[in-house]
Design a protein around this ligand. Sequence first.
Ligand SMILES: Cc1cc2nc3c(=O)[nH]c(=O)nc-3n(C[C@H](O)[C@H](O)[C@H](O)COP(=O)(O)O)c2cc1C
Length: 363
Amino acid sequence: MTGTLFSPFDLGDIALANRVVMAPLTRNRAGPGLVPSLLAPEYYAQRASAGLIITEATQVSPQAQGYQNTPGIYTPEQVAAWRRVTDAVHAKGGRIFVQLWHVGRVSHVDLHDGKAPVAPSAIRPEAKTFVNNAFVDVSEPRALELDEIPGIVESFRSSAANAIEAGFDGVEVHGANGYLLDQFLRETANARTDAYGGSIENRARLLLEVVAAVADEIGAGRTGVRLSPVSPASGIVPSGDEQPQFNHVVEALNGLGIAYIHVVEGATGGPRDAAPFDYDALRQRFGNTYIANNGYNLELANSRLGDGKADLIAFGHDFIANPDLVERLKTGTPLAQMEMATIYGGGAQGYTDYPASIASMDA
Ligand SMILES: Cc1cc2nc3c(=O)[nH]c(=O)nc-3n(C[C@H](O)[C@H](O)[C@H](O)COP(=O)(O)O)c2cc1C
């Protein structure tokens, strides 16, 4: 089904007003108990004209945390606060999925009472995390024991159940950007010799078990997955052999009947042609919705939709300074630029105080 960015789209049973997706954006404003910010309902409601909002990455357990002040969805207080967010978005006619996240080795001992972050293998990436109000090197991780893996799967399953309780329309499993599930996919991060490493099938096992558990819990039609096949994000070292790995993953995800795959094409927030990769091979292996992301503007979005290469287009940083991004794209209103200093942490400044354009206020 081709169309323009502004035509409606049925994401399974979920009717979207347009093809613009707000990509997940970490903002580090959660309060005590890693409860979403009191300003989060307003922030997301301001952006509810997107066809679909995907929230900032959200921890499935205390172990899943890698940065300061990122929210969770594993306590009753967190679930109650997310309910205020989903109510605010739904009141404005929007749709919203939560991105479920385990950072794995991209973390720091200071967030875990001095204990090492967990990973497929004890391989420390060249990556930074944000703790104690500063960017610092991640800590040396330890390899997960085989008998710890069911607990990881369970934390995604129970968080998905919490997401439905909180009123989300669905969940996106974060399988991208060098975090735990992506770490398992990579030869350069996963040196395991058990059922979770050593072959394409074994490296994909954890991601697929997590997605199957989430889909079983809340329905495949409410489940999506984010992937970033060639992104070096969070210290992922490319193997040059990503195509067969991701072809296999997407074939298996197709077999699970999930609603969508959300593909970061190229280096996250960087060049789209960071490494050769055939994204069409993924699209052809997947029967349901393909969300494309990374470096899109109106022209590229409409060209990829028109060619049938994507069904929905996710915009990331443009949504930070342009709450009414859909309207601005539609009317050709120039886009505001985000202020770097207020991206991560703080309060309303650089979060809920970006104005809508005059054009959209008149609309
Ligand atoms: C401030 C910021 C925070 C981000 N947080 C997340 C996140 O929580 N989860 C995720 O999957 N990607 C995250 N990303 C990546 C974006 O979702 C998106 O892939 C990237 O910005 C490229 O899209 P764009 O060119 O439209 O900005 C983040 C990007 C930015 C700029």
